[in-house]
Design a protein around this ligand. Structure first.
Ligand SMILES: [Zn+2]
Length: 402
């Protein structure tokens, strides 16, 4: 069982222990991380910006990939929101994660092939290319698998820390547990910071039991149509972690919510240039003629507008190109990001307790739609080479470096 000894603590028991102050932070994320956050937060109040301090000590900003830190100009083209290769909602339904079993190598091989195909689609001088892997904690995020795919394909992968939201499933029970524990916000922020600065959690252990040395390079947040309490909690932790480290935040939105997210982040002191409001281009903008106005308001706050479902359903290439063109024409070229939000494998029977590796479902995914079809659709509309370079290469590099 994936839950190990965590499952032996009932929710009621846990709350009682919390109230009595008997559950140490180490039970959830490790004492040192949450203690560090408390110390750092006190420091932040007494200084201008912790981000400035971090920047001053580490030199020029770097991008944190799963294979280590690299200079931003090494990335080439970047797809800003993908799931290579897995998504598994099991733990959100309080059931064990699906085993990878003997399918593991075949699934990795297919991901490597897809990434090589992506690299081959890139214009000269914009390779090897990178993808931001937006699968949150315990939803099919396997740091060792990401490192292996990157090593074998040469495509840079930036992994994320952060819990998902409640738009299509329950909040992850680990995040719920933190949200009701004493000092839970600092513990959650501590977990995010630990994943960014030391390494991501290893899902082979119980929650927070083991960590890899593979670091996250972005923080994921997700909201339902309205920010639910558990989502607000995770957004606040993300804001603390971003202010502490300078790490960018990328969001999932559901039929709106982007302005509410950025309001929370900005009020928490997050650098607007490090905020990416995702899943724009359809329902997020209220699906009406005022879509451009919505995008322009996000960009007007200094945040990034991400069209990251290019080619899916209503997010047709032509429609996305039209909406991007509006932002280009209103002077926001530097705040546009693109991607597909595609996964190669999902586990459909997430609610079952008994799972087998054979039941992973292969999904059709083409990671070249942005770099080939969208690029052409934008060029056909008069978007010049310098602006295309900004959207596909320069903007991601600037946003991802910290
Ligand atoms: Zn996604």
């Amino acid at each position: 069982m994936w839950y190990g000894d965590q499952s032996s603590v009932s929710r009621r028991n846990f709350l009682r222990l919390c109230a009595a102050g008997s559950v140490a932070a180490t039970h959830l994320i490790g004492e040192s991380a949450s203690a560090q956050v408390r110390r750092r937060r006190r420091g932040v109040e007494n200084s201008h910006s912790s981000r400035e301090r971090v920047a001053a000590t580490v030199g020029s900003p770097q991008v944190r990939t799963v294979l280590g830190e690299i200079a931003p100009d090494q990335l080439g083209t970047v797809l800003m929101h993908e799931h290579v290769p897995f998504v598994d909602w099991s733990e959100l339904y309080d059931t064990p994660a699906a085993p990878l079993g003997e399918q593991r190598n075949a699934m990795i091989a297919r991901a490597v092939e897809a990434m090589q195909h992506y690299t081959a689609s890139l214009p000269d001088g914009t390779g090897p290319g990178a993808v931001v892997e937006c699968t949150p904690i315990r939803v099919g995020r396997y740091p060792d698998v990401l490192a292996e795919i990157s090593r074998k394909s040469n495509v840079h992968i930036i992994a994320c820390t952060g819990f998902w939201g409640e738009s299509h499933a329950s909040q992850h029970p680990w995040a719920v547990r933190l949200s009701v524990s004493d000092g839970g916000l600092e513990q959650l922020a501590g977990l995010y910071i630990k994943e960014i600065t030391e390494g991501m959690e290893d899902p082979a252990g119980a929650w927070g039991e083991r960590f890899t040395d593979i670091k996250a390079g972005i923080i994921k947040c997700a909201s339902s149509t309205y920010l639910k309490p558990s989502e607000r909690f995770c957004h606040k932790a993300a804001a603390i972690a971003s202010v502490e480290t300078g790490c960018p935040i990328t969001t999932h939105t559901t039929d709106g919510g982007g302005l509410e997210q950025l309001q929370l982040f900005l009020e928490s002191g997050v650098d607007p240039g490090k905020i990416i409001i995702g899943h724009q281009g359809n329902m997020d903008d209220r699906e009406n003629q005022a879509a451009h106005e919505y995008h322009r308001r996000i960009a007007g706050e200094g945040c990034n507008v991400q069209f990251d479902r290019v080619g899916h359903g209503k997010y047709t290439v032509e429609n996305q190109a039209e909406q991007i063109l509006e932002l280009v024409n209103s002077g926001h070229i530097k705040q546009i990001l693109v991607s597909h939000d595609s996964a190669l494998y999902v586990y459909p029977e997430y609610a079952l307790m008994e799972k087998s590796a054979e039941r992973w479902k292969s999904v059709e995914a083409d990671f070249t739609i942005c770099t080939v079809q969208l690029r052409k659709a934008l060029a056909d509309r008069g978007v010049g080479e310098a602006d295309l370079q900004a959207i596909f290469v320069e903007n991601p590099q600037r946003v991802l470096a910290f």
